[in-house]
Design a protein. Structure first.
Length: 288
């Protein structure tokens, strides 16, 4: 029988984690309290598997077996205890994550992790009975194609837990890095700093979003410019991370007025169809 891996949260990140885990041979239980969102996640992943087969990246039988290994539930209480791994992937709100992690710990997993991109692991571990079995696993979007996985070691994380997280990363086909517990870790701290400065440049009319992004893609060989990446991540997500980092490091991470205004107006990037660029069916539209 396949090892069990539980993912809590059926959004973009949670469903992506479930997809790569099912492909890696885990029996995946994706927990999403919203039934409609759970159905949407399954439909998205089914389309992803179909595309993998159609483009020759995955054998049809392997894709079907992986799809069969992923199921959904609407409550943690419905799941049997003692999975190998539980990964929390709910929105970036400290109290929400703490509540979910407390409930998840009752399943007695060998490894409990949070997919937080900016919240200190020690702050989340403070509510756990066994913080030594807890760490951060910061995946990147889209999970199925981004190789990096940040393993974040909290103040109480045991060496055996770190080893287990590294082994999991390799099994999922990721390239792990280990970072100490600090708000923003390594990737978000650097990425958000660049993104916020790019937004300030738009705000000051230094250059257009497209030209700022071209400066980084051609001048620094970034695969995607910081403003397009902000659209892909979600302006609301970037704002939440910036506010967390501002609390930790001061006003150098203060979110620009333009970012706050765009979020208030619902211009959240790719998921809303409008951010620094226009998006249709998930694809950036280049206006003439």
């Amino acid at each position: 029988m396949a090892e069990r891996l539980v993912v809590i949260g059926g959004g973009t990140m949670g469903s992506g984690i479930g997809y790569v885990a099912a492909n890696a041979g885990y029996q995946v239980e994706l927990v999403e309290v919203d039934g409609g969102r759970a159905a949407a996640a399954l439909a998205t992943l089914a389309a992803r598997w179909d595309k993998a087969v159609r483009t020759g990246r995955q054998d049809a039988a392997d894709a079907a077996a992986a799809r069969d290994r992923l199921t959904t539930a609407t409550a943690l209480a419905d799941l049997p205890s003692e999975p190998s791994v539980v990964i929390e992937a709910v929105p970036e709100r400290v109290e929400l994550k703490r509540q979910v992690l407390r409930e998840a710990e009752r399943l007695r997993p060998d490894l409990l992790a949070s997919n937080t991109s900016s919240i200190a692991i020690g702050a989340l571990a403070a509510v756990l009975a066994s913080p030594d079995r807890f760490c951060g696993l910061h995946f990147f979007n889209p999970v199925w194609s981004m190789r990096l996985l940040e393993v974040v070691v909290g103040p109480d994380t045991a060496a055996a837990t770190t080893d287990a997280a590294l082994a999991l990363a390799v099994r999922l086909g990721k390239e792990p890095i280990v970072v100490a517990d600090a708000p923003g870790f390594a990737s978000s701290r650097l990425g958000v700093a660049l993104g916020l400065e790019a937004i300030r440049m738009v705000e000051a009319k230094v250059a257009s979003p497209a030209d700022i992004d071209t400066a980084m893609t051609l001048g620094y060989r970034h695969p995607m410019g910081p403003l397009e990446l902000t659209d892909v991540v979600g302006l609301d997500v970037r704002l939440a991370i910036a506010e967390t980092l501002r609390e930790a490091y001061g006003d150098r991470f203060a979110p620009p007025d333009l970012l706050q205004r765009m979020v208030a107006e619902g211009r959240l990037g790719r998921k809303s169809g409008q951010g620094f660029y226009r998006w249709v069916d998930g694809k950036k539209v280049v206006d003439e």
